[in-house]
Write a protein that binds this ligand. Sequence first.
Ligand code: GCO
Length: 449
Amino acid sequence: MGFRDDFVWGGASASYQVEGAAAEDGRGPSVWDMFCREPGRILDGSSGDTACDHYHLYQKDVNLMKEIDYKAYRFSIAWPRIIPGGDGKLNEKGLDFYDRLLDSLAAADITPYATLFHWDYPYALFRRGGWLNPDSPKWFADYVSVVAKRLGDRLPYIFTYNEPQCFIGLSYDNTEHAPGIHFPIWDTLHMLHHALLGHGLAVQALRSIAPKTQIGYAPTGSAHYPATDSAADREAARKAYFAVEERPFWSVSVWSDPIFLGRYPEELLKKYGQYMPPIGQDDMKIISEKLDFLGQNIYNGSPVRSDGKGGYEYPKRKTGYAFTAAKWPVTPEALYWGPKFLQERYGMPLYITENGLSCQDTVSVDGKVHDPARIDFLRRYLRELRRASEDGVDIRGYFHWCVTDNFEWAKGYTDRFGMVYCDFETQERILKDSAYWYRDIIRSNGKDL
Ligand code: GCO
């Protein structure tokens, strides 16, 4: 019992958060490059211009991953590095970088899991209307075809998008993320539909160009769990997990039902149907092209209880509850109930594509980085994930977010999520205590949790 023998242990990153080299070798600007220039958008006034300089230091990073004994590395490919204008002319030098990275991973025997889009949307396409433009699904699929042609035979696993909840919801509804412009619901619903269509067209392109590649998707969402073990609370949590609440773009079902069930959730149509764009005859078929697995990013959830009337409510968290440096609640149950509910509804093999926390990590006087809170957090969460696996949930792997500390979007460099400490001025890396702990967990395949 425990995790399956071939369980995939790894860590994750995203291009804009680690690569740096923002203006090098022909990379075009993304919405994030522009957003970071606007005063007040990023907490510490920083940008991903240099980040962890992974573009140049990737070999060093792969060596560190090897030291931790990673089986796999989840990274993202920067669209504007491959096609600087978003659509049209290719940039060979950008593709060369991923070639080098893949060579280095292969030499270290670390399996690549590539995400095709982790938010660095080409600025040139934004100027043409971005996800509102009816051609936007095709732009994405064309970019994916380029990647598939050049790198497909070396990419055994691919995720189309990372967290569409964020690149539409946090970017165009809330304005915390680039480009940070609020649009009304009738426009954001158009973006939703176009993004889903882009995913479907990309899957079709991948199937024809890289038939051996297995394809998934990596959305997110708060993973609700029952406040008690009663049947009523379980049912309440299940309902809440897939509900379409006031902020529809944060919902799990809005982004996953169309893909895995071929339809939009009833509740979305009931609440916002009047604002939905026209849906073409084949659209839902394209959107629900069969995938091989579901990736889910799970950081936390909320306890849910029955309201006694067939509905649900969120009880107040206990006073003084545990939270991380980013002030996110510590809720290990999310890694049991999230996978369980997802499997029930979508019946897909599952990867946890991101999980982790930010801590106030510093280099101690002994030159090391002691992060006991990360070890405790991960132990608690991974025990819950193991319990889900033992209860029959088909969990294939786990990617810790993230390898090195990096550019944490609107928080700049003020949050440290890595297992590897990064000094952003000198680019020195130090394995934190949690990295050594994780290595031992990997070696025991989770038995020592
Ligand atoms: C996300 C992204 C990551 C973040 C991480 C910590 O989930 O928001 O995928 O890029 O850095 O989640 O916030």
